[in-house]
Design a binder for this molecule. Structure first.
Ligand code: SAH
Length: 486
């Protein structure tokens, strides 16, 4: 067996990043774009000692789970990994992915995992669900500016202004930016020579408010003929906010440190509604959020309402509880819970997001939510210390420490993919909250952290995956964890 050999295999399993796995002469091969049940011909592209990678060449026999991708770029683009699978089989894959991680990384027994896992919450329409898009801008072979998406694992841009996961307004925004670039000869940023102007266009759309926000990321503090860009963009229906972000660094990070509003408001608003968790129908009450370009906001608002409604159910609030919401962003979960709790404290590391969170509390007339700027792993230990005899001395001036601050009833965490910092988990265990609700966008780090919490006297009670990212391998999970002695 050697590189470039053609082999025939039947796909029997899937890796967590969505590749099909089949065996050939006792060796496991990873075949991107192949589905469990497919029999395929594949070309070996890499051989390791016990496994290899092969490129899908021909589907000899299609799996019953296979569907025709809706987007012609599905295979080349790095954005979707599962468009060739029926949505039902995507959901089954995600449920299985969470289960596997609980067992393999979390160390839970299979039967136990099955007893705590509830059915995955799927989407009604797994397309056009994203409220945010971040399009890289580059140049094609004939030096014309293009907007699109990176091909898988590369920085080669596939020109596509109409991603089917996004909203229709994206196309109008991108065409306006590309028109402006052409008319005023404004070049796209070139990652190799580090010259040129426009790097990315970030678009957010409020599903409820119908408001549009555009943030153009540029290699400079101003753009040539900025007024002309503004004129083109502000003609788009719903346009509320246009800003220019400066990123002059040689980096893959999209946003730079400086953002200047060049037209309209500093961001948009959107609203999320509480849902009944038995059938996920909206049951009226809404919370309105202001969102800045730099702040995090969940990308799938329909599924987010289901997710947050589950968080509220898992938190089991009666109105008497003190709740910490760690990694709170613009206070979305904090404010969703505040009406049912005595007091909520949020912690977030991005200053603009904390500013948004405080304003959002006022916007909704919520006075029992307070927000702290800093890292969860640094802020939380300070509050823990303050609650101890030795810690009383470090109380900041004018700050009254209430007993509840270091005796929270519920802690909610919603960290980025890397999960919670070790110090954060240790402090959570010391704070002895009755319940912890863990919201995670990476079930591998989730499983790692659950193991630590269980070693620290907690037990996992309920796990529910929520599909926020149809057509991709990503899955959100919400978990209820309870102290063993309560
Ligand atoms: N709960 C919010 C945000 C979740 S995203 C929501 O549902 O909208 C995770 C958030 O954690 C981001 O806003 C990010 O800025 C923040 N963050 C990342 N590392 C952090 C840390 N160490 N401490 C506190 N916040 C952090």
């Amino acid at each position: 067996m050697k590189k470039n050999d053609l082999i025939e295999l039947t796909i029997e399993d899937m890796s967590s990043d969505g590749a099909g796995i089949g065996r050939y002469q006792g060796m496991a091969f990873f075949v991107k774009d192949a589905v469990i049940g497919d029999t395929v011909t594949a070309k070996i592209i890499k051989l390791k000692k016990t496994y290899g990678y092969a490129r899908l060449m021909e589907i000899k026999e299609a799996s019953p789970d296979r569907v025709e991708p809706r987007c012609i770029y599905a295979r080349a683009c790095g954005g979707c990994q599962l468009q060739h699978m029926s949505y039902q089989s995507q959901l089954a894959f995600k449920q299985q992915k969470v289960r596997e991680n609980l067992i393999r990384i979390g160390g839970f027994e299979g039967a136990f995992a099955d007893s705590i896992m509830e059915p995955i919450v799927g989407m009604e329409e797994p397309f056009a669900y994203r409220n945010k898009a971040q399009f890289p801008i580059g140049t094609d072979g004939s030096r014309t500016a293009v907007a699109g998406f990176y091909a898988g694992r590369t920085h080669h841009i596939i020109a596509n202004t109409n991603c089917i996961l996004g909203v229709p307004v994206n196309e109008g925004v991108l065409n306006a930016v590309l028109d402006y670039m052409k008319e005023f000869d404004v070049p796209a940023y070139d990652e190799v020579t580090k010259t040129g102007w426009i790097r990315h266009v970030l678009i957010r759309y409020g599903f409820d408010s119908k408001e549009v926000m555009v943030c153009v990321v540029a290699n400079g503090k101003r753009l040539p003929a900025e007024h002309a860009l503004v004129q083109k963009l502000c003609a788009i229906e719903g346009m509320k906010s246009i800003s220019l972000n400066t990123n002059m660094k040689d980096t893959n990070v999209v946003l730079g440190g400086h953002t200047r509003v060049i037209w309209g408001d500093s961001g948009i608003t959107d609203a999320l509604y509480l849902r009944d968790t038995s059938d996920f129908r909206r049951i009226g009450e809404k919370t309105v959020y202001g969102i800045s370009p730099q702040s995090f906001y969940q990308v799938n608002p329909v599924q987010t309402e289901k997710l947050y409604s589950l968080v509220l159910e898992y938190a089991g609030l009666t109105g008497k509880e003190t709740v910490w919401d760690l990694y709170c962003g613009i206070g979305t979960i904090s404010l969703f819970l505040a009406r049912y709790a005595k007091q909520v404290y949020g912690v977030e590391v991005v200053p603009q997001a904390v500013e948004d969170a405080r304003q959002n509390a006022r916007r909704n007339g919520i006075s029992n939510a307070e927000f702290f700027l800093g890292r969860a792993e640094e802020i939380l230990p300070v509050f823990y210390e303050m609650g101890t005899q030795e810690g009383k001395g470090i109380l900041p001036e004018k700050m009254e420490l209430s007993d509840e601050m270091h005796h929270p009833d519920v802690i909610v965490v919603d960290p980025p993919r890397k999960g919670c910092d070790g110090t954060c988990i240790e402090t959570m265990i010391r704070l002895q909250a009755k319940r912890i609700v863990y919201v995670s966008c990476d079930s591998a780090t989730l499983a790692r952290d659950l193991k630590k919490l269980c070693d620290g006297g907690y037990e996992v009670k309920r796990v529910r995956a929520v599909d926020q990212f149809g057509q991709t391998v990503h899955v959100e999970t919400v978990v209820l964890i309870q102290r063993k002695d309560t």
